[in-house]
Write a new protein. Sequence first.
Length: 213
Amino acid sequence: MMQKMFASMIRQEAARILEKAIAYFKVHGTGGAGIADLMKHVGQTTGALYSHFESKDDLFAQAVYHELEKLEFRLFQIFRREGKYALQTMIEQYFAEDTFLEIGDGCVFTSLSTDMQRAAPGYRKRFENYTVRIYELFSTAIHEQFPMLSKEECHKKALFLYSALVGTMSMARTMKDLNLAYQVLAAGRKALIEDFVAPENRTPLREATLVNV
């Protein structure tokens, strides 16, 4: 009994480290995240890192896995709950102002795709496995919008849609001019809703708010 409790405490502590570490990585990247500063942000000693993870690279990979699991589950919930309105809901949430401003709480792909690309092959393969499942969720949602499309066509559209979300947010964050950044987000949001949400499934109120952004 005590052994199970101890193991549970260790898992909980590791999860807390992952939650805080991923936010720090999103803001600073792996190159800007020294171990001492990273663990200070996490609220743990440097020794705690090596108690749970093999290295900083391993901590980074495990934190990304943890974040991708959460993302996959969150998307699954949105698509199941919102049904035919799910894609518009998801696009609007992705381009929301707080998502844009709060980098530590934002999309892991937008913030860390370059660092993920530089990871060891074994880590990258697992990143890719999560990504494939995320694309599949989008493909299913697109098929609900356009039932006449084949599975292959929906898959191709899903590849483009999620990549466009990530790319648009990345471009907006490169802008020093905040007004220009918001224009980039508004343009991307409007274009993706028009291209990927069937007209009969668009919410008029939401469409009206896009014009005023």
